[in-house]
Design a binder for this molecule. Structure first.
Ligand SMILES: [Cu+2]
Length: 149
């Protein structure tokens, strides 16, 4: 009997939570950077690409963002951040964008564009380390090549 009484309340709660989730997506994204100037640039890029809330910590290197998933996406935000020179967990900044950063902002790059070379120099390179499946085509290795070639 109690279940019947609670059912409308349950449906209502579900409806409300779905509505809230549809509006705002919260996410924590790893973004490389160094100082307060980086913070400003990272947050500005995130907001310009649709984040309603963007807060990056130089200590944790984590960017807390909120955004409307209908208007933007984690990918879009990360691409915008990479475009101003900061590597995110999914997108790496171009060499050019990185070089344009102020000296104080030049963080130590973990994911560099030389990843592919490193991967091919390894004793046994794994597909996970290869960004570009063709990276080993000029080398005597087949592990990273697309199957069939
Ligand atoms: Cu900086």
């Amino acid at each position: 009997m109690k279940t019947y009484k609670l059912f409308p309340a349950f449906v209502f709660a579900l409806f409300i939570s779905t509505a809230i989730f549809a509006q705002t997506t919260k996410e924590a994204i790893k973004v490389n950077g160094e100082c307060g100037m980086c913070k400003k640039k990272i947050e500005k890029a995130a907001k310009a690409s649709g984040a309603t809330v963007a807060s990056w910590s130089p200590d944790t290197k984590v960017l807390q963002v909120s955004y409307n998933a209908k208007k933007t996406s984690s990918d879009k935000i990360q691409k915008a951040i990479a475009a101003v020179g900061y590597d995110t967990e999914k997108y790496a900044a171009t060499e050019e964008a990185y070089n344009n950063l102020d000296e104080c902002c030049k963080y130590e790059r973990k994911t560099s564009t030389t990843n592919n070379d490193k991967c091919c120099d390894m004793e046994k390179c794994s597909k996970e380390n290869c960004k570009d499946m063709n990276c080993c085509k000029d080398k005597d290795k087949s592990c990273c090549q697309k199957s069939g070639k």
